[in-house]
Design a binder for this molecule. Sequence first.
Ligand code: SAH
Length: 361
Amino acid sequence: MKNIFGMTLETMQEEFAALPLEKYRAKQVTEWLYKKYAKHFSDMTNLPKTLRAELSMKYRIDVPSLRTRLDATDGRTSKFLLAFSDGAAVEAVLMRQPYGNSICISTQVGCSMGCSFCASTLHGLARDLTPGEMLAEVLFIEELLEKEDEKIDTMVLMGSGEPLMNYANVVHFLHLLHEEYVMNMSYRNITLSTSGIVPAMNRLASEGMPITLSISLHAPREELRSKLMPINRKYPLADVVAAGKSYAEKTGRRITYEYILIRDVNDSEREAKDLAELLKGQLASVNLIPINPVKERGFERPSAESTASFCRILTHHHITATVRREMGSDIQAACGQLRNRHISENQRGPDQFILKHCNRL
Ligand code: SAH
């Protein structure tokens, strides 16, 4: 049986034409799926009963089920572990910010990038998410918010996975979100975060989708970056920054460089100066993120003073920089963490869950 959730209106119209069904039926079904969160054809009450039965024989509606929900004591951050029909589970996070509701979405189950500080990559890549599965993460949260008379305002692709390693599905998903019959979400309210897949960054610049590109930099020199992020051996820092520059020139969108601060690894005055030199004159800003410690690797957070001083050096060199506010750390609101616990509990028992990691909030 074919999955209908995540189909575009056009595809559905083609499918229905072959049945044959009137064209307007596809519009009705997209409305039920994407605006009214129907989980079964039997909910679609403006379709004749026989049609509902016919459709349910031909299609399934693949939406994930909630495995775990964690609400932070700050009252503003909630994290959801969502499981798909094959048992694969990913995390999605809702952050109620002063400027609106922001969500963080996963693009892959696990990750193949192998960054040394990140928990999402710990078990490698399980599989890519489909456009429908990513959309389901978003609509799961939108349905919740709608009950509170709220809605999603902005979205970041900073959950588990490397979005540009799942390029076609991610772009398809963003097109879907932008459709009027889905969420009508403006591309300007979307941020995609990448570890620096250069050819895909260049391709993205030509999609005509003015989304914000966020680049995980974490080091201002090649050898240091290669130590932290193995992908740097394939796509070196110099090429990543050049691709960022060209993305900004093509789209007119400011690049956000993410820089995790790790005590005694990349947080010295020298790195701050090198970083300022690297980004000089670019349409870019730096988001400093004190690391969520990874004990096994001895990665620790710098002190508040040294974080502030790193930030000051950048500002002094005319680089716009901010320190990311922490939200939901008591619920391990970083994508990857909850899934790892879920894997550990299934495989080895809960006491094996010791990793602390990605704070991307
Ligand atoms: N693969 C993409 C998107 C997912 S990671 C990317 O690399 O950008 C999203 C962000 O969380 C990245 O900037 C990543 O470096 C950061 N992150 C991963 N582990 C972290 C940790 N332990 N503490 C703080 N941020 C972390």
